[in-house]
Design a protein around this ligand. Structure first.
Ligand code: NAG
Ligand code: NAG
Ligand code: NAG
Ligand code: NAG
Ligand code: NAG
Length: 198
């Protein structure tokens, strides 16, 4: 009788431990997923916060978001896994800088179109962290300084348009010349086709 009771008791304990473990591991998975989503959301919101008039221009960029993801936000397109694959804020009256945009938090971005805005300051070296970029259009802004060498790390890039900015004229730098050109970088070999006056 006593041993029967203790068997039942230990069965109950095992069941409890199992249930506890189950709910814990489910919690951990949920936390991990949430964290990944939040990374992109946090990066975008941080950049938004650095832009002028951003509340009026990027009203949909706010919390809470559907499914905790930024996929519904103006200018954002996600891939099938719910990761940001495209950011298109062309001609959106954006005024501010690029250096508070954490490119390393947006590793799946394939197309980035920020053309026709009033973005100023340098093109941050961190842009090289968006290593899947195929299309990058920063044309018609007020970006200045030198082109970061990290651009050469964008090995998938097929279109890089930086025309109509006030970038330095760096003779001898294979990545840069005067402010009125478009560069089409051919993949991996890093050979260039140039259009315009360089
Ligand atoms: C967000 O996306 C979901 C599904 O994709 C859609 O049903 C919903 O209307 C969207 N919400 C906004 C505010 O765009
Ligand atoms: C971005 O959107 C504009 C119009 O809203 C469109 O003309 C342009 O082609 C888009 N860029 C990309 C890379 O799809
Ligand atoms: C930019 O947007 C304005 C209106 O918001 C429009 O009048 C203009 O044609 C657009 N420019 C381009 C190049 O799309
Ligand atoms: C590069 O950007 C300029 C200004 O936005 C535009 O006129 C030109 O068509 C673009 N070039 C390419 C190849 O997309
Ligand atoms: C290119 O990427 C490699 C590896 O991530 C890194 O070590 C290197 O500093 C990058 N080059 C530039 C110019 O950013």
């Amino acid at each position: 009788m006593a041993s029967e009771r203790s068997t039942i008791f230990s069965l109950l304990i095992s069941l409890l431990v199992l249930m506890l473990f189950n709910s814990l591991s489910r919690k951990c998975n949920a936390a991990a997923m949430k964290y990944e989503l939040q990374d992109e959301v946090k990066a975008l919101l941080k950049w938004k916060g650095s832009l002028l008039q951003s509340e009026a221009l990027l009203h949909s960029w706010s919390l809470p978001t559907a499914n905790g993801s930024p996929c519904n936000w103006t200018g954002i397109t996600c891939n099938d896994n719910g990761k940001v694959k495209e950011i298109n804020l062309s001609n959106s009256s954006l005024e501010g800088k690029l250096d508070s945009l954490s490119f390393s938090s947006l590793p799946n971005v394939v197309r980035l179109d920020l053309s026709i805005n009033a973005l100023s300051g340098n093109i941050p070296s961190q842009i090289g962290a968006s290593s899947h970029l195929v299309f990058l259009d920063l044309s018609m802004n007020q970006l200045s300084g030198a082109l970061p060498l990290s651009l050469s790390n964008l090995t998938h890039i097929s279109v890089l348009n930086i025309s109509d900015n006030i970038l330095d004229n760096q003779e001898g730098n294979p990545l840069i010349d005067t402010h009125d050109y478009m560069t089409k970088v051919c993949t991996s070999t890093l050979s260039y086709s140039h259009y315009g006056n360089w």
